[in-house]
Design a protein around this ligand. Sequence first.
Ligand SMILES: Cc1ncc(C[n+]2csc(CCOP(=O)(O)OP(=O)(O)O)c2C)c(N)n1
Ligand code: SF4
Length: 275
Amino acid sequence: MAVSRQVHPLDKYVRVDRLPHLWCPGCGIGIVMSAMLRAIGRRISEGLVREENIVIVGGIGCTARMSLYLNFDTVHAIHGRAIPFAVGVKLANPKLKVIVVGGDGDIAGIGGNHLMHAARRNMDITVIMVNNMVYAMTGGQLAPTTPTGLYTTTTPRGNPEKPINVVKLVASLGANYVARASVTHPALIETYVYRALGKEGFTFVEVLSTCPEMFGRHIGIKDAVQLFMELRGKVKVKAKPSLNESYYDWESGFVIGEYVDKDDPGYLRMIGLLR
Ligand SMILES: Cc1ncc(C[n+]2csc(CCOP(=O)(O)OP(=O)(O)O)c2C)c(N)n1
Ligand code: SF4
């Protein structure tokens, strides 16, 4: 007798024929994807955006791989170049709702320059940066987001550098919405992405995530649940944190919340393209 597959409410937004996905057991990226899809689904049912007008752009990396699994028009672009692809899509057809998903290396490392200028222009796209604090897909190398002192494949004596504070960087450049979430609090990921999608201008959600294979192992945490609980213990939720609270390290932890929420005119409005 044939075994029937259970249908999940979010299946309509997923290319189920592309499953199984490539993510390791215990990876946080799936939590981000489902929370993001719930937020998109709410915006579609409210009539803010039509399903056929959503475009997802990913670069390269475990996170960016999401663009292959989502049942919208998607672009699987080049590592670090998701934002310029997204900007091109938005300028070519301003009625599209353009969402970038990428890892911290993709968005803030190799793609950091594009991130800065999209934020500075208050470009009308939403960027969701999944921060697992390493370059995961290529083996767990040091990323600009890796907390000081932590061990990675390329810092066997511990990371001597300070991590980039992407929240403060993007905020300083004038982005309309800047939030930090964590896979340990999925409902807040949904809330922040939902709010980001409802605003014009540049909107940015960082999501702290767990990579048990390429991050956890190197800092001596071998178990995915243990890594999740470790991060859970380091996350503090604040409704309206100040930007100075956005600095993080592995010892003092991470403040999540909505750091910036304002309504400056977005780039499209500034150039008269808003329809
Ligand atoms: C231009 C270019 N440089 C380097 C690579 C190799 N590369 C592929 S994925 C990746 C790192 C991915 O890390 P991140 O963006 O943080 O995403 P994650 O895998 O952690 O989700 C790198 C360096 C590439 N594909 N293209
Ligand atoms: S390497 Fe890390 S980020 Fe990539 S799929 Fe595995 S657990 Fe997830």
